[in-house]
Design a protein around this ligand. Structure first.
Ligand SMILES: Nc1ncnc2c1ncn2[C@@H]1O[C@H](COP(=O)(O)OP(=O)(O)OP(=O)(O)O)[C@@H](O)[C@H]1O
Length: 593
């Protein structure tokens, strides 16, 4: 019996590592020894012969899960295989692990449908399958697992509707960035937007899009809805646009009233007539014009609450009302604000960042934005315009249709090509842009402040361009573990740390979570063990990318992510180091030729 379990677990690991004997050696799983007494790495026992936990996180496992073999260890309660490169399905035999309470499979490449037998795991408390490629519907009888407290399924390709969970019992729930559709279930209306967004077909509270009126019966009982018809897509985007216009309108009215109230010391009853005419305002120079908002003249806040246009994206000059009127779509909502795609006309798309909770005065904000606008680099996205009032801060950029580096990296996990030359070019471009900005804005102490792969956009020629420069100060955000005693310096040191994390993402093909410290720790631990090659994205190695250059870039990344801010290089030095690697690259191409 017991031997059976050992043999099964060893075979399970073989399949998990796709027969990588080095991993077998490292983990010391050996059927002739005892998992509980002989220290099988990643295995935890209760007593002597009952395996309770198997934790194999971030070990570069790239095989598949044989749940039949795994669940021979019947007493298993915790299984965590997250942050690997596992592919294939989650087999239905997972239900043989009847004692399972925690199943963590996040950040792998698992695909196919989730087995409906999951709902037989009656002890399951925490399920995390986020950041995989699972598709089809979420099992509709999953809510049968009555003790479920965590259900994280974000960033997959699930379609169909959201099952009727007992939401009052769920502590963590996230199904964002899938292809779910239909109404948000009753009982889920109190959930945060973050846990549902990124599903273009979902409607109802808390999403901005209302559901169409009844007769339409709730779609997809079986959870296997087909793709939307073109008609539906058009209808759905119509609703989003409408919802947003209404939302922005009310936001604007709210902001205006609050300002009017403030001006009157809060005593006088507000008499603001928000139907005030849309005055086109006092036009100044064509390159930099300020438009008064449609507030009544008595409002002294008119100067601060104005749309400042920095460049003209179209022949006609942009007005705040144009933004309000145009169809818009919520692209994302981060910790620091939301981003809307606004279609000015058929050809002009803008990205409007609405910054949340930034205690900066409108005047300081205006100065800051204008200061940043004076330092221009091809790898840094300049703002088209910005709007500021006491409550509302918007920054308008040109929409970049190729999307972000984050998206590109995730795509490359799904076998979309992102070769070494392009990655090196992206790395160099980001460093050049940042070095230029750091130099130009050093005295003002303006750094990027929120550097991460989703804020690196990819131009049509595959060059990177850095978005949202300077929208964070050390006070409203701290992304890296840099102590903030000298804030001016530390925001720049923060950027360098974050660039290091982006370099690690480019090298490993893995997407960092939170501030990337886990990714950095993992890379450091592998490098310490002298298994450096193990950290690199396998697709790069199999493409024949230069290992020497990858090691060189890795060294730059590790310098940038040094836990001690003072030990990190300056952005100029980073740019120079990457340049040197690139030059060598070019030389090697020539010599081969
Ligand atoms: N100008 C743009 N053009 C196209 N896509 C953009 C543009 N700016 C941002 N995006 C993309 O829109 C999505 C949402 O952006 P948002 O800035 O809200 O997210 P975030 O960067 O994850 O969060 P935050 O910046 O608030 O920390 C991201 O995937 C981002 O890459």
């Amino acid at each position: 019996e017991e031997d059976d379990v050992k043999v099964s677990l060893v075979s399970f690991l073989r399949k998990l590592s796709s027969n990588n004997s080095q991993i077998d050696l490292d983990l010391r799983w050996d059927a002739s020894t005892d998992p509980c007494l002989n220290g099988w790495v990643g295995v935890d026992c209760r007593g002597t012969n009952s395996v309770r936990k198997i934790i194999l996180e971030g070990r570069g496992l790239n095989g598949s899960i044989d749940a039949g073999l795994l669940c021979k260890a019947e007493s298993l309660a915790v299984v965590s295989l997250r942050d690997n490169e596992l592919h294939g399905r989650l087999p239905p035999e997972i239900s043989n692990c009847t004692e399972l309470t925690h199943l963590y499979l996040g950040s792998n490449r698992l695909s196919g449908s989730l087995p409906s037998s999951l709902s037989l795991l009656s002890n399951l408390k925490r399920l995390n399958i986020s950041y995989n490629n699972f598709s089809w519907g979420l099992p509709q009888d999953l809510p049968r697992v009555s003790g479920l407290k965590t259900m994280l399924a974000q960033n997959n390709s699930f379609d169909g509707s959201i099952p009727q969970f007992d939401f009052s019992n769920l502590q963590d729930f996230n199904v964002s960035y899938n292809r779910l559709s239909g109404p948000v279930p009753e009982g889920a209306h109190h959930l945060s937007l973050e846990s549902l967004m990124g599903n273009s077909g979902l409607c109802g509270e808390p999403l901005p899009k209302a559901c169409p009126p009844p007769p339409a019966p709730s779609p997809s009982q079986g959870g296997k809805t087909k793709k939307f018809s073109a008609e539906k897509v058009i209808m759905v985007s119509g609703y989003i646009a409408l919802g947003l216009v209404v939302l922005l309108f009310f936001a604007y009215k709210f902001v205006y009233r609050r300002m009017a109230d403030a001006k009157k010391g809060g005593y006088e009853k507000k008499v603001a007539d928000s139907s005030a005419k849309s005055s086109s305002g006092n036009k100044n120079t064509p390159s930099r014009s300020e438009y008064s908002l449609p507030t009544s003249n008595e409002s002294a806040a008119a100067v601060s609450s104005s749309l400042v246009v920095l460049v003209n994206p179209t022949t006609k000059e942009l007005k705040f009302e144009d933004l309000l009127k145009a169809p818009a779509e919520l692209l994302g909502r981060g910790r620091f604000g939301s981003l809307y795609k606004v279609m000015l006309d058929d050809t002009t798309a803008l990205a409007v960042k609405r910054i949340k909770d930034w205690a900066i005065s409108p005047e300081d904000f205006r100065k800051r934005m204008e200061r940043i606008d004076r330092v221009k680099h091809p790898n840094v996205l300049s703002a088209v315009a910005f709007y500021c009032s006491k409550q509302e801060k918007l920054v308008v950029y040109e929409y970049q249709k190729k999307g972000s580096l984050f998206k590109l990296l995730r795509g490359s996990q799904n076998d979309q090509a992102f070769d070494w030359d392009s990655r090196l070019n992206v790395a160099g471009g980001i460093a050049d842009g940042l070095a230029f900005m750091h130099q130009g804005l050093r005295e003002d102490g303006i750094g990027h402040g929120n550097l991460k792969s989703s804020n690196i956009l990819i131009k049509t020629n595959m060059d990177p361009c850095i978005s949202e420069y300077g929208l964070m100060t050390i006070n409203n955000c701290q992304t890296s573990p840099t102590p903030s005693d000298n804030t001016q310096v530390s925001i720049l040191k923060d950027d360098i740390y974050n660039l290091g994390i982006i370099l690690l993402e480019l090298l490993t093909g893995k997407v960092a979570q939170n501030n990337g410290s886990e990714l950095a720790q993992w890379v450091n631990s592998v490098v310490r063990e002298e298994w450096t090659v193990e950290v690199f994205d396998r697709t790069l190695l199999s493409d024949g990318a230069s290992e020497e250059q990858m090691v060189q870039l890795l060294q730059v990344a590790l310098k940038c992510t040094n836990p001690s801010p003072d030990a990190r290089p300056s952005m100029n030095q980073v740019a120079a180091m990457i340049d040197a690697i690139k030059e060598e690259d070019e030389r090697s191409i020539y010599s081969e030729a």
